[in-house]
Design a binder for this molecule. Structure first.
Ligand SMILES: [Zn+2]
Length: 400
């Protein structure tokens, strides 16, 4: 419908454009017959010209559009000529508005985009609100497989909850508050049919989310996220590392601290050099050696091929935790027992919060570069736009 402004200008006959200053081009359209839009009369004549300053360009050049106006001989009304590059009452050509909207799909401050185009942030956000209101009605429905995850926000409430569609890898919603009242309210705002449609929800090991799913999503199975579960075992191992480290003399302490990554990494992924470092760490403490073996065994739970295999591996792990007598791992075991059904569902279905973690990183980047958002609605709209932007998503997939 509307054409690219640069192309339009290139195609415009030379006689229609002139430089009025070294950085300013004035132009008008070739004269064309216009019927009166009010009474349909063909008897119209040029009434006057109105100069309109165009803005929103990334280049350091100004454009003045000499808009031709006609008057109708029959009804006496005046009207503007039709054009292909700018909407009525706008100062920014349509193609430039499109550029601005596209630039907002990257996590950069809107003030930077505003500056680049020589317009105010308010103008940028006004066009953004208008553009996103137009094509995003499908945003507010749940999908068959979703994840719930919280992240630390700095707009409005402290924590926000992200609802993602794991099948289509998109973000369904961001809820501005983790408080029970808000969250239940927002989830129950979805129709019952929509909620009944949800078959699987991936969550971290949070009793609060579990209760929410059980009470609001009648047909949903729960999958406990494997990354959160593994983190429990890693935290247990790391607490033992700190204990051992505290008993070392300062010269060794620093090396020990640096070797932390090696300790937490899956053993099968270690490089030969890291293997040597790991053995060296073990030589400091037998307890740490035992804890590391438990962590590795815990990770192998997630390689289970079927339910029976999972039960057998968990049984083994239980035995070894009892034998090892390490309090942090006793706690890991306790949590795992409480979540074993959900953990198995996660393994069986292969769904986890990996996609969600990626989204949370993008959110963090946006918040960092934008120094926080004061207005949650703006923040929410922007995040949904960035996360669900097709062009950006395909770029990300290619990079991975
Ligand atoms: Zn008329």
């Amino acid at each position: 419908m509307y054409e690219n402004f640069t192309m339009f200008l290139l195609k415009l006959p030379e006689s229609c454009k002139k430089f009025v200053a070294s950085d300013c081009i004035e132009f008008h359209l070739p004269r064309k017959h216009h019927d009166c839009p009010f009474c349909g009369s063909p008897y119209t004549y040029v009434h006057d010209y109105r100069k309109q300053n165009l803005c929103g360009f990334a280049a350091e050049i100004k454009y003045i559009y000499k808009r031709r106006r006609y008057r109708c001989q029959d009804c006496g009304k005046t009207f503007s000529e039709s054009n292909s590059f700018i909407e009525r009452y706008q100062q920014i050509p349509c193609s430039e508005i499109e550029h601005i909207i596209q630039e907002l799909a990257d996590p950069v401050p809107s003030s930077l985009i505003a500056h680049r185009h020589g317009i105010s942030t308010t103008t940028v956000m006004r066009h953004f609100a208008r553009a996103t209101k137009e094509g995003t009605a499908s945003e507010s429905s749940l999908s068959v497989v979703i994840s719930l995850d919280e992240f630390r926000g700095n707009a409005g409430a402290k924590f926000q909850v992200v609802v993602n569609d794991l099948q289509h890898r998109k973000c369904c919603d961001i809820i501005d508050d983790r408080s029970t009242v808000t969250l239940y309210d927002k989830i129950r705002n979805y129709t019952l049919a929509d909620r009944a449609n949800v078959e699987l929800v991936s969550i971290d090991l949070s009793p609060f989310f579990r209760k929410l799913v059980e009470e609001c999503l009648p047909n949903a199975q729960i999958a406990a996220d494997k990354f959160h579960a593994v983190r429990l075992a890693n935290d247990a191992l790391d607490s033992i590392r700190k204990e051992v480290q505290a008993g070392l003399d300062p010269s060794q302490r620093k090396w020990f601290k640096n070797a932390r990554r090696t300790l937490l990494k899956r053993e099968q992924k270690l490089t030969p050099k890291e293997h040597i470092n790991l053995s060296r760490m073990f030589s400091f403490s037998e307890k740490l050696t035992r804890a590391h073996a438990l962590k590795e065994e815990y990770c192998r739970l997630f390689d289970s091929i079927d339910r029976k295999d999972f039960a057998a591996r968990l049984h083994q792990f239980r035995q070894h935790v009892h034998d090892a007598g390490l309090v942090p791992f006793a706690r890991v075991l306790k949590t795992t027992e409480q979540w074993k059904e959900e953990i198995w569902t996660g393994i069986e279905t292969g769904y986890n919060n990996g996609f969600t973690e990626g989204c949370n990183n993008t959110i963090k980047v946006l918040k960092r570069v934008c120094y926080g958002f004061r207005n949650f609605e703006n923040f929410r709209r922007r995040i949904l736009y960035i996360l669900n932007n097709e062009a950006r998503k395909s770029r990300r997939t290619k990079a991975a």
